[in-house]
Design a protein around this ligand. Structure first.
Ligand SMILES: Cc1cc2nc3c(=O)[nH]c(=O)nc-3n(C[C@H](O)[C@H](O)[C@H](O)COP(=O)(O)O)c2cc1C
Length: 367
């Protein structure tokens, strides 16, 4: 039976356990480059025993960053600092994943500790784009509606970024189609008012994401895993919802997506969201069952029994933790002890490990 510390195989990618680091912006780059902060932040979670370590949203074009300090992967120059992080993650037996993103109308904003809303030009801001010229909120920039040529260019940018990510050693590629960023803006009738082949019907609203998935899948080796993070609902009448998410997941599966990462919200400034422990897990469960695709559950998963229960009862194939792993990078090692599982500890730390814990053997290369 699957449990939190069982392996998960997706194509040729074998995760040593079902615990993943959810993508988390660190707002700490210059010109999109990963630096020592990203190295320490991501690799310490690999030392802590997470099976899958996702980078934060990595922008596929400079204009796709949420803030001027976001991570990017729009040029060859971004490759080496990312590759160094991947190499270290693999020495701990972890698998490195990258989230490829474009923030659409929610781009060009201040990083959280520098204020909120639009980043002015002298703070590094830039003009934004979206499916339609609709602001996210009063304090956000007014985007320009994308032309068909600009949409085609963005498809190509996602493909180039995915190729670069594979070259850097990432084995799981996730497209960020959640939280009110560009893909989600196309999906939701609340942010997509287009009247061309990208707007109106469900088929039209899912076209941009589906096209990008097809292009990216074709550019990836068969061995690599492709995930898509969605907001399963806008939590708003007339918006994107779970039924559409299920149908989208079926289609993306047929296009070669391996895992749906099920989050929610972010496209509507004031939505009523019933936040609480595991409040999004039901979305992962429904999509897994009704679309027949592997899912990741995320959102207020904080305890070992809770995480193990999600896996054991087949609600999801993987749990992703965000804030709890900021609080405690060694959460997976503690969870293993609590659940009575002998997870491997780094040889350097064995003197602090529970009795009988196996030594983590550095893993190099690809399984
Ligand atoms: C500091 C921070 C940065 C985040 N950045 C991203 C991101 O880059 N991409 C993304 O999909 N979600 C992002 N999120 C959302 C998390 O991945 C996660 O979905 C959310 O925090 C709920 O999980 P939690 O309750 O375990 O924190 C971020 C969350 C935090 C706290």
């Amino acid at each position: 039976m699957s449990h939190l510390f069982s392996e998960l195989r997706i194509r040729d990618v074998v995760l040593p356990n079902r615990i993943g680091v959810s993508p988390m912006c660190q707002y700490s780059c210059e010109n999109g480059f990963a630096n020592d902060w990203h190295f320490v932040h991501l690799t310490s979670r690999a030392v802590g025993g997470a099976g899958l370590i996702f980078t934060e949203a990595a922008a596929v074009t400079p204009e796709g960053r949420i803030s001027p300090q976001d991570l990017g992967i729009w040029s060859e120059a971004h490759f080496e600092p990312l590759a160094r992080i991947v190499r270290f993650i693999e020495t701990q037996g972890g698998v490195a994943g990258i989230q490829l993103a474009h923030a659409g109308r929610k781009a060009s904003t201040k990083r959280p500790w520098s204020g909120s809303g639009e980043a002015a030009a002298d703070e590094g801001g830039w003009p934004t784009v979206a499916p339609s010229a609709l602001k996210f909120a009063d304090s956000y920039p007014l985007p320009t509606a994308l032309s068909l040529d600009a949409i085609a260019d963005l498809r190509a940018a996602f493909v180039s970024a995915a190729r670069r990510a594979i070259d850097a050693g990432f084995r799981v590629i996730e497209l960020h189609a959640a939280h009110g960023y560009l893909f989600h803006e196309f999906l939701s009738p609340l942010s997509n008012h287009r009247t061309d082949l990208h707007g109106g019907s469900f088929d039209n609203r899912v076209r941009f994401l589906s096209d990008c998935v097809s292009d990216v899948r074709a550019a990836l080796p068969d061995t690599a895993a492709l995930a898509v993070r969605i907001s399963a609902t806008d939590w708003t009448e007339g918006g994107w919802d779970l039924e559409q998410s299920i149908e989208l997941s079926r289609r993306l599966k047929s296009l070669g997506v391996d895992l749906m990462d099920c989050s929610s919200g972010g496209n509507v400034e004031r939505a009523e969201i019933p936040v609480g422990p595991g409040y999004q897990t039901g979305f992962a469960e429904r999509i897994r069952r009704d679309a027949g695709i592997a899912t990741a559950a995320v959102g207020m998963i904080t305890s070992a029994p809770q995480a193990d229960h999600i896996i054991r009862t087949g609600q999801a194939d993987l749990v992703l933790l965000a804030r709890e792993l900021l609080r405690e990078p060694y959460w997976p090692l503690h969870a293993a002890r609590e659940l009575g599982h002998a997870a491997p500890w780094p040889a350097q730390y064995l003197r602090a490990a529970p009795r009988g814990a196996p030594e983590r053997r550095p893993v190099h290369g690809i399984n």
